[in-house]
Design a protein around this ligand. Structure first.
Ligand code: BDR
Ligand code: CA
Length: 322
């Protein structure tokens, strides 16, 4: 029987691929998608999510979520990240996430109920415990946990989270973007008692895909294959220029690895029970601190430090080309 999942996304280029792969996977039944601000504003991440669903021909309900993090806006200095390098081609900045995905505007709207209300009022009524795959900042879950943790957690079996990094960070010297964006929400999720499986940059940077993969994807007959290939190629271009991986012509598709892990946990390697805490404020704002000691604190999550690149790439291609 397919696993019932809720995707929590800030769409976003890799979120778009994750959504398509989840919808295309018979092992998963996507019951809803919640949006959150992160890569872009909530208006844009919601519109982008609807565009991806239109492309797939899916009418899965979309619940619009939080437009800002729990408390970070109260301290403007926390928004300073490291200086960024940019990729300029023909005078135009090429970003890893465009404001809007290059797909037709959606005619559909998000539901009138908010993502947080959905988590608190509707998730408890779902016929079996659900899996949440959260691949953006964790604000929606953080707010729902603040309002009524019991209501949220009673019917959630597990939460897969794309976020964090121990040996690799991308937004500050200490932090990965999703966790950097809302560290307080991330700590609430760690504390909530539902089992969490963390898919950090240490794993996603091992699970890169190459332009040889996108060439194969382009041959697929599904209407989303070309869009997916173009989207991943843009990521490869930005990675090559600004954040090179172990080989050239390679890019990450972070969020899709979390979807893959929800289907095939063995795609994650060096994935063990570990003790995780989140840095709040200062130089460690948003850092995922995994207790490295010989006698660590009691484990409170599963945290992966690697991934099986071939397993991931072949899964992704077969899902998108199915
Ligand atoms: C994460 O941040 C976002 O930019 C991506 O969509 C991904 O979820 C990677 O750090
Ligand atoms: Ca994301």
């Amino acid at each position: 029987m397919a696993k019932k999942v809720i995707l929590d996304v800030d769409t976003g280029s890799d979120d778009a691929i994750a959504i398509l792969a989840a919808l295309a996977s018979p092992e998963l039944e996507v019951v809803a998608i919640c949006t959150v601000a992160g890569n872009k504003s909530i208006d844009k991440t919601t519109e982008n999510t609807l565009r991806v669903l239109d492309l797939f021909g899916s009418n899965v309900p979309v619940f619009r979520g939080c437009k800002e993090p729990l408390t970070k806006d109260l301290t403007p200095s926390r928004w300073e990240s490291s200086p960024r390098k940019t990729l300029i081609i023909d005078g135009e900045e090429i970003q890893i996430h465009d404001d809007y995905l290059s797909l037709p505007p959606s005619k559909r709207q998000a539901e009138t109920m908010s993502a947080v209300e959905f988590y608190l009022k509707e998730v408890p009524k779902i016929s079996e415990p659900v899996t949440i795959i959260a691949v953006g900042p964790l604000t929606n879950l953080g707010v729902a946990l603040t309002i009524d943790a019991e209501a949220l957690c009673q019917n959630v079996a597990e939460i897969y989270i794309m976020g964090g990094g121990v040996s690799i960070t991308n937004y500050s010297p200490s932090a990965e973007f999703n966790i950097w964006f809302d560290p307080e929400a991330a700590q609430k999720v760690v504390n909530c008692g539902v089992p969490t499986i963390w898919v950090p940059l240490d794993a996603t940077h091992e699970a890169y895909v190459t332009s040889a993969h996108t060439a194969r994807l382009r041959e697929g007959s599904n209407p989303w294959c070309e869009f997916a290939a173009n989207t991943i190629d843009q990521r490869i271009m930005v990675h090559d220029a600004l954040q090179p991986l172990a080989e050239p012509n390679a890019g990450t598709v972070h969020d899709a690895l979390a979807v893959c892990a929800a289907i095939k946990l063995d795609v994650l390697t060096n994935c063990f029970e570990r003790h995780l805490s989140i840095g709040i404020g200062g130089a460690a704002d948003g850092q995922t601190i995994v207790d490295p000691r010989v006698y660590p604190l009691e484990p409170n999550c599963k945290f992966a430090l690697g991934a099986d690149r071939n397993l991931f790439a072949e899964w992704l291609l077969s899902a998108l080309m199915r």
